[in-house]
Design a protein around this ligand. Sequence first.
Ligand code: GTP
Ligand code: MG
Length: 392
Amino acid sequence: MGFMYVICFSVIRLYFKSTSMWKEIRLVLLGKTGCGKSATGNTILGSERFRTMISGSSVTHVCSQNSVNRFNRKIVIVDTPGIFDTEETNEKIQEEIYKCIGITSPGPHAFILVINAAERYTSEEERTVEHFVKYFGENVYKYFIVLFTRKDQLDAKNITIEEYVRGCPSKLQRFIEKCGNRVLAFDNNLEGLKQNDQVQKLLDIILENVKRHGDDFYTNDMYIEAEKKILLVEEEKLQHEREKLEEELKHFDQNHEQAIGGLNDQVKELSRKQDREEREIEVIEKNIQENESTCKIPIRKSTQRKETEHELAVMRTNLNTHRVTFLERKEAIEKKKRESLDLCKSQHNEREKFKQQLEDKLSFKRKEVREDIRKEIEEKRGSNTWSECTVL
Ligand SMILES: Nc1nc2c(ncn2[C@@H]2O[C@H](COP(=O)(O)OP(=O)(O)OP(=O)(O)O)[C@@H](O)[C@H]2O)c(=O)[nH]1
Ligand SMILES: [Mg+2]
């Protein structure tokens, strides 16, 4: 089991490192109702995409997701309702966990625990975290980031986040320590550059932490299981697109094979002629040799000698002509071979470029497909098994 886990994880990790999804950051927002999860999500996204609370009642009832391309990355955020509140039924918790896993598959880069800095940290919040750790295992501590909202209220009292943490109840301080002291504060009312600065700070903390863990995001058996199923759905949805692109590449190859084939045929034809030329040269050279030896035998009649010498002269001229043709053709063959080689090289480069274009198209399509799958998972209601949740 452990061995299979390692293999599956390595394959999935390799796959993600080799695709553009590696540039993606997946985040999960956790915390008590009203602590400011959705507002924090909106700050990260740079726009009001999650509904935030205006009244006193809970706003986010089910997991919802949003994504944005900012800071040279695609940021995917899952906003959770108080899903890990101990009052919720196990069934409901299970259902929302599946969704959260499906959307952030193959694993989030951070779990952001949002805490209201203007309120007392309660034992209910403490139990919520314990509950969550029970589901996801102690390993999640490595990926926890504690984010205090309402920094504006701390600023108004001239309190820095460090000073605030020093004054926190000891159980919260211990928790922060367990999370590697990855803590920061957000004022979700900020806009523009000031808003960007605090998001950049959060991303820096996340990326540094991910780097510390060997460039790996958080994952577990449930995530691996989910990712395997999602990949199957993804592949199925991409099948048609892949076939279309393979067809385009085949067409490209056929056209180019024709051009190369034409040149190679010319080389073959010239080589055949050259072989004939070589044979003729051999015959003439043999004749000349024979005639030269005849010339050496004392020939009685001078007319006979003259005739032989004349024949020899004709043969030598003929031989020269053949040799010139041979050399010229040899050059022509070399030229054609060079042309064919150059064409092969340039076509190879062109093919690589074309293939890259097709791969880019496919990876773009893959991103779209993954986005669709995430939306489908988000909209899914009442599913409590992986098959129901991810086979869409
Ligand atoms: N002043 C101030 N108010 C904030 C800040 N962050 C959030 N709020 C307010 O806190 C209230 C609750 O915020 P939400 O983001 O809706 O809280 P939530 O955690 O998503 O709540 P649920 O969806 O019910 O779980 C809203 O009125 C926000 O405007 C902050 O940094 N400063
Ligand atoms: Mg909310």
